[in-house]
Write a protein of this length. Structure first.
Ligand code: NI
Ligand code: MN
Length: 227
């Protein structure tokens, strides 16, 4: 089997695994980095990390149109249900569940989670995904935290870390995160979408290469790697 990870711009990733398509944080409308539009995707599942508009994105529209499963924390699934989304699965921080595409565990993340209409979106989360081909940890929007070391103990094949600074870790803390997690490969995200979060990603990759054993993988939005 094979698992493919495609960056859709900003924090959005498309993961094809076990014959299923999963999109994390489907932010297309209003996303200057998006390579797809919301009506072009038909995932089997969505996973939403937290309530902010640049992560919930087009989830309601996609879920209503396709009937796909939406996985998120309890507060966000309650909110989605109120928006008319019918197929939801609530999890919460530290909890794992085996879905038909792989096992999802929600992790801590240090951030906010207010929903677009101001509703309480519960705790923001990172996403640990165990597929039949390996493991992915998408830290989502977060500052650096030392417990990333515990997440790394799961054995991470691909980590996805924000480097944009201002709202999340910047390049220096993301480098420290790589040292705590020790993934085989790391993909930077949540940068370059707007000038406020522009970063020199090549310089960051160089520092990862020189200071860690992790291989940095710089994707352009729309590009993929095999797990
Ligand atoms: Ni956010
Ligand atoms: Mn964000």
């Amino acid at each position: 089997m094979s698992t493919t990870i495609t960056w859709l711009g900003h924090g959005a990733f498309l993961i094809e695994t076990a014959g299923k398509t999963v999109i994390i944080d489907p932010f297309f409308t209003g996303n200057p980095a998006a390579t797809l539009t919301a009506d072009e995707v038909s995932p089997d599942a969505l996973i939403i990390s937290h309530g902010h508009g640049d992560h919930v994105g087009d989830a309601v529209e996609i879920a209503k149109r396709t009937g796909c499963l939406v996985i998120a924390n309890f507060e966000i699934t309650e909110w989605l249900t109120k928006q008319g989304v019918e197929n939801v699965h609530a999890q919460h921080v530290g909890g794992s569940h085996k879905h038909d595409f792989g096992t999802v565990k929600l992790t801590i993340a240090h951030h906010g989670s207010a929903l677009p209409d101001g509703s309480n979106g519960g705790s923001p989360c990172g996403i640990f995904l165990r597929t039949e081909d390996g493991t992915i940890y998408h830290a989502c929007d977060t500052g650096l935290f030392y417990d990333m070391k515990l997440i790394g103990e799961e054995g991470i094949d691909v980590a996805i870390l924000p480097i944009g600074d201002n709202f999340t870790m910047g390049p220096e803390d993301a480098l420290r995160a790589v040292k705590l997690i020790e993934p085989k490969r790391v993909i930077p995200d949540h940068f370059g979408t707007w000038p406020l979060i522009d970063q020199d990603v090549a310089a960051w990759a160089k520092s990862v290469r020189s200071e860690t054993l992790t291989e940095p993988v710089i994707l352009e939005p729309g590009q993929s790697i095999e797990l």
